[in-house]
Design a protein around this ligand. Structure first.
Ligand code: SF4
Length: 334
């Protein structure tokens, strides 16, 4: 399929599978906020323009009051969740995260979809805890679900090249399997177009598919293309994935991962118009309104969308727009 030029054929096949999962023609979106609580990081991933090394004057840890204000603003805008993502800080032990989650839950009725696998392995390491204890303690403090970030390509040869210090393939798998065993839902992602082979991309799909076969814990799969601008990896990867490559990868995700209910057609990196086309290439969700996003915009992407724009784009493609929550439930919203 990756080597095929039959883009429309792939789209039609993916669309048929999308229709089986979502016969009601609903395309969902969420209003939530990505809060990047710190940009200090010790991992130096070459595709990342967001992190600052320890001691940098541009580094920060957000004070609690700022985090609370951002959450209140999210709720005021009709948001249902927050997504915490940050760098891997070597001094923040689990108590810092537990206290923060407890304080949030005491103050707000908001879903906490937080800390991707590399952050969780870092918290475990810094705190001298097992992965299971770390996830269970975070869950007990208020963590509701875990985002799939940090997967990039689940192949150690690729990871060694682009994110040598960050968690390996097996650690990413272990975090998600453990969370599923503990009854939590997570998402799976893939960042492609960073010089990987088609086989390495397929192996990534296969790992995600196998976990889903065993646990059923993934709510969604979110493929997105590497943004080269302002990253050090961008010096070596001269050509970003084209729109055709994005749509093909989206369609193949829908076809191959037919055991995952939701596939996201993203607008943050490819832009709204390609995102709209993606709804006929297997996507049934357009992700978040993104009240705030610092990580991708640090790499040079500045697409923005309001709720009304997203709804119009979904309607214009022939679908019914519906706001959803983090678990992809739409029944209690409009
Ligand atoms: S991608 Fe994450 S782990 Fe890697 S340098 Fe950036 S913030 Fe750190």
């Amino acid at each position: 399929m990756f080597r095929s030029d039959d883009l429309i054929g792939l789209g039609m096949e993916a669309d048929a599978i999308r229709r089986k999962h979502h016969p009601d023609g609903v395309v969902s979106y969420i209003i939530d906020r990505n809060i990047n609580y710190t940009n200090f990081c010790t991992e130096y991933c070459s595709f990342c323009a967001f992190y600052r090394p320890m001691g940098s004057k541009e580094g920060y840890i957000l004070p609690r009051e700022v985090i609370f204000d951002k959450i209140q603003e999210t709720i005021d805008l009709g948001g249902t969740g927050i997504l915490f993502q940050g760098g891997l800080h070597p001094d923040l032990k689990i108590e810092w995260y537990e206290d923060l989650l407890r304080a949030i839950k005491a103050k707000f009725d908001i879903w906490c979809h937080c800390f991707s696998a590399p952050e969780i392995t870092n918290i475990a390491e810094v705190s001298g805890l097992s992965l299971r204890d770390t996830i269970a303690r975070l869950r007990d403090a208020g963590l509701d679900s875990i985002p799939g970030g940090g997967a990039e390509i689940l192949d150690d040869a690729v990871r060694h090249r682009i994110s040598r210090l960050k968690c390996g393939t097996q650690e990413w798998i272990d975090v998600h399997r453990t969370a599923h065993e503990l009854g939590m839902r997570t998402t799976a992602t893939m960042m492609f177009g960073c010089g990987e082979t088609i086989e390495q991309r397929m192996n990534h799909f296969d790992i995600v598919r196998q976990i889903q076969e065993d646990t059923g814990g993934f709510t969604a799969f979110i493929p997105w293309a590497f943004q080269r601008e302002l990253t050090s990896l961008g010096r070596f990867i001269k050509e970003e994935a084209t729109s055709v490559e994005y749509l093909k990868t989206l369609a193949i995700s829908r076809i191959y991962l037919d055991n995952i209910e939701n596939i996201q057609s993203s607008w943050v990196t490819p832009g709204l118009k390609i995102c709209q086309l993606g709804l006929r290439f297997g996507g049934n969700d357009v992700g978040s309104i993104m009240i705030e996003e610092n990580v991708v915009s640090a790499a040079g992407t500045h697409h923005q969308a309001t709720e009304e724009e997203l709804r119009r784009m979904i309607r214009d493609a022939g679908f019914v727009p519906k706001q959803r929550d983090t678990l992809y439930r739409t029944y209690f919203l409009n």
